[in-house]
Design a protein around this ligand. Structure first.
Ligand code: DAS
Length: 343
């Protein structure tokens, strides 16, 4: 029987409300991870379980310091001969960001599966117990090794690089952007849709990257500061300079269409790029890649301005990937190569 480490971090899966009919307005992270485990019939028939709870928060409060604590625990588990895999219970609001960060910085090998819930633990038909059981089945399955961080939700298995929350309330809250699910769980069996994805097989740029110590001081940020901006009609380009004054070393802008920008915004970002800030052009469109040099005028193109095109990487994940590139001391060309890996 495999041995799994379950890391509890809070979220709705550990949420509690006075009334069983309440599915909003609950207290996230109120139920300790040991109780979550005890509330899942049959879980201990799937694997030997160890548990730890480094913190317990609603994931809307997640900070990069929390990510660094989780990365330390996952890296340690990857080299612990007594463990065969990791399951992380986490809020759904920022799960896609945490999953991608851990996917980027954790060495490939043992399964790491994240899960959560859309209904609190106290609700009628709470979905947490089934999601936790599914996540453990996946983490204990031989087919899960080497796939990087996975998200298990509502009997579906997603890759960290493409998963995103697509509904605010529904149980089926997650989907894969520009990709299929990696597998499905049915009748206590995990069915993998495809062999281990090629991005999961490629040597990792950040699997052994030294990571900073987690700091929680107000306004301290343990990872390089990267701003994320959404382009809209009349968007104020002076915000670019404000982000730089606040210490941003990178900016991701979710442009319109193929990551397109109005002249004033493009000029402001070009100035920031010239001053050494890495700029990634992503798109506010929910699917499809952002390709390089889409502008009509050569002088406005990425090559001329030193901008990076996000490819298939969604804006929220582009910010995380850019943080890792900056932490690794990469410049624009090497960073573009990292984004192109997700094509
Ligand atoms: N409470 C929100 C969070 O922690 C929602 C959830 O957990 O599902 O992300």
């Amino acid at each position: 029987m495999k041995t799994l480490l379950i890391i509890g971090t809070g979220g709705t899966i550990a949420g509690a409300a006075p009334a069983a009919t309440q599915t909003i307005g609950y207290r996230a992270g109120a139920v300790p991870v040991g109780e979550l485990i005890d509330n899942v019939p049959g879980l201990r028939d799937v694997a030997r379980i160890r548990a730890t709870q480094p913190f317990s928060i609603g994931s809307e409060h997640m900070r990069s310091a929390h990510w660094l604590i989780l990365a330390q625990l996952v890296r340690k588990a990857q080299s612990d001969p007594a463990l065969d895999g990791v399951v992380i219970t986490h809020g759904t609001d920022t799960m896609e960001e945490t999953a991608f960060f851990l996917d980027l910085v954790s060495p490939r090998g043992k399964p790491v599966v994240m899960t959560g819930a859309m209904r609190p633990a106290t609700a009628v038909s709470a979905d947490g117990p089934a999601n936790l059981l599914g996540a453990c089945r996946i983490a204990a399955d031989d087919g899960a090794a080497g796939r990087g961080v996975l998200v298990a939700f509502n009997d579906r298995v997603f890759a960290a690089a493409t998963v995103g929350k697509v509904h605010t309330l529904r149980l089926d809250a997650f989907a894969a952007r520009d990709a299929a699910t990696v597998g499905e769980v049915a009748d206590a069996t995990v069915r993998w849709r495809e062999p281990v994805q090629r991005t999961a097989l490629r040597p990792q740029a950040f699997g052994a990257l030294p990571l900073p110590e987690p700091v929680f001081e107000p306004q301290a940020e343990a990872l390089p500061r990267v701003a994320l901006m959404l382009q809209h009609v009349d968007c104020d380009e002076t915000i670019v300079q404000w982000h730089q004054k606040r210490g941003a070393r990178g900016i991701v802008i979710a442009g319109s269409g193929n990551g397109m920008l109005p002249d004033p915004m493009r000029a402001a970002l070009a100035r920031a790029s010239r001053s050494g800030c890495l700029i990634v052009r992503a798109s506010r469109v929910p699917s499809g890649p952002v390709v390089r040099n889409g502008e009509a005028e050569p002088a406005d193109r990425d090559d001329a301005l030193g901008l990076i095109a996000s490819g298939f990487v969604a804006p929220l994940k582009a910010r995380v990937l850019l943080q890792c590139c900056l932490l690794a001391g990469m410049g624009a060309a090497e960073t573009q190569q990292q984004f192109d890996r997700f094509g």
